[in-house]
Structures are given as structure tokens and as C-alpha cells.
Design a protein around this ligand. Structure first.
Ligand code: GTP
Ligand code: MG
Length: 196
């Protein structure tokens, strides 16, 4: 059985901290390289295609986007789709604005309960993911690593990819193997999210 949200709706977008909604609900944030599949993962989890906008063009999500979500069990949450990092073609001002914007979101709100760090299973962790995870640890924010697009990896390479990422990032847990395409990993991810 695939779990899905009981309800999910778009709340608001913000391009600066003054536009952030009041921190009322526990927040689950989705972070990762541009085009890695953050918005697709959010849509797969909620079971609503088209809720968060996706695109084959990197840099699609340029703002922070809040969604109000009722999980399969438990109380309402905010899902926050973060803009992607690491895309060379976006204007420099935008690249420079990513860090303070995301930093003020993550560190400025006690409601941020979990940051889901999404990594392309075929690429594995790179410098940015190391830095992001170290920083989350420094600021005492819980992180969960997900390897996505596993449908693009042969079956025999999926578990080894998780083991390698775990070792490389010195994680306390095995990353969740995920595919927005096949739906693999949705239930496992919900189990973690509903426990925070
Ligand atoms: P930005 O908002 O631009 O940073 O991108 P994003 O991380 O939100 O990625 P998005 O969800 O828009 O997906 C980018 C591309 O990857 C789209 O063409 C998706 O269809 C594709 N994609 C996302 N997840 C998967 C997956 O699990 N498997 C496959 N095969 N393709 C995926
Ligand atoms: Mg996106």
C-alpha cells in the first residue's frame, strides 16, 4: 500500500524572510541540488502531481514554497520546497541570495523539525551535500538523506549506492532509496516524517 497525504494545499511563496508565513506548524523542508527532484518528491509524497511545480529546466523553484499537509497519520505539517543550489546558469545575485535566504529559514524558526537532503542516486554526495549536512549539524537541525531517481540505477547498484553514501557522509542511518517515478520509498519516508 502506498501512503499519501490526507490533504495537501499550496500556502504561499516567499523570496525573502519578510514574506515567510508565521511559524505555526512543524515544518519539513526539502533541500537539494537544482533539478535533483525535490518538487517531484514532494508531489509523490502527497500523491498530488502538479502541487509543487516541476520541470526539466534546472532552477524551476526559485522561491521558498509552503504547503499545508495532513499526513497519513498525525497532525498538520508545513512542507517547504526550497530553491535548489548548485546550478551554474542562474544569475550570480540569485546564487548569492540562496545561502542567506535558506539560512534564515532553517536557523530562524524553531518549527523546522527536519531537513530532507535529496541527492541524485547516480551522482552521490558532492561537496555541497557535505557542506549542507555539516552546517545542519552545526545549527542542530535534524537531517534525513534521501537518494532519489533510483529508477535510473540498475537494481544491483541501489543498495550499494546507499551504503557508499552512508559511509561517505558518516550518516547515522542508511539513506532512503526513493523514486518519484516508481513510488519506491514513499512509505518509508512517511514513516520518518510522521515520527518527528
Ligand atoms: P528545481 O526546483 O529546479 O531545483 O528542481 P527540483 O529539484 O524541484 O526537480 P524537479 O522535481 O522539478 O525534477 C527535475 C526533473 O527530474 C524533472 O524532469 C522530473 O520529472 C525528473 N525527476 C524527478 N524525480 C525523478 C525520479 O525519481 N525519477 C526520474 N526518472 N525522474 C525524476
Ligand atoms: Mg523544484
Amino acid at each position: 500500500m502506498t501512503l499519501r497525504a490526507r490533504s495537501a494545499e499550496f500556502v504561499i511563496s516567499a523570496s525573502s524572510p519578510s514574506g515567510f508565513p508565521k511559524p505555526t506548524l512543524p515544518e519539513i523542508a526539502f533541500a537539494g541540488r537544482s533539478n535533483v527532484g525535490k518538487s517531484s518528491l514532494l508531489n509523490a509524497l502527497t500523491g498530488r502531481q502538479g502541487l509543487a511545480r516541476t520541470s526539466a529546466t534546472p532552477g524551476r523553484t526559485r522561491l521558498l514554497n509552503w504547503f499545508r499537509v495532513t499526513p497519513p497519520r498525525g497532525g498538520e505539517l508545513h512542507f517547504v520546497d526550497l530553491p535548489g543550489y548548485g546550478y551554474a546558469k542562474v544569475p550570480r545575485e540569485m546564487r548569492d541570495s540562496w545561502r542567506p535566504l535558506v539560512e534564515s529559514f532553517v536557523t530562524g524558526r524553531d518549527t523546522v523539525k527536519l531537513v530532507i537532503v535529496i541527492i541524485d542516486a547516480r551522482r552521490g554526495p558532492e561537496r555541497e551535500e557535505h557542506e549542507l549536512l555539516e552546517w545542519l549539524d552545526d545549527v542542530d537541525r535534524r537531517a534525513l538523506v534521501v537518494l532519489t531517481k533510483i529508477d535510473k540505477l540498475p537494481k544491483s547498484k541501489r543498495v550499494p549506492a546507499a551504503t557508499a553514501s552512508r559511509r561517505e557522509l558518516s550518516l547515522p542511518h542508511e539513506p532512503i532509496l526513493f523514486s518519484a517515478e516508481s513510488g519506491e520509498g514513499i512509505d518509508e519516508l512517511w514513516r520518518v516524517i510522521t515520527k518527528v
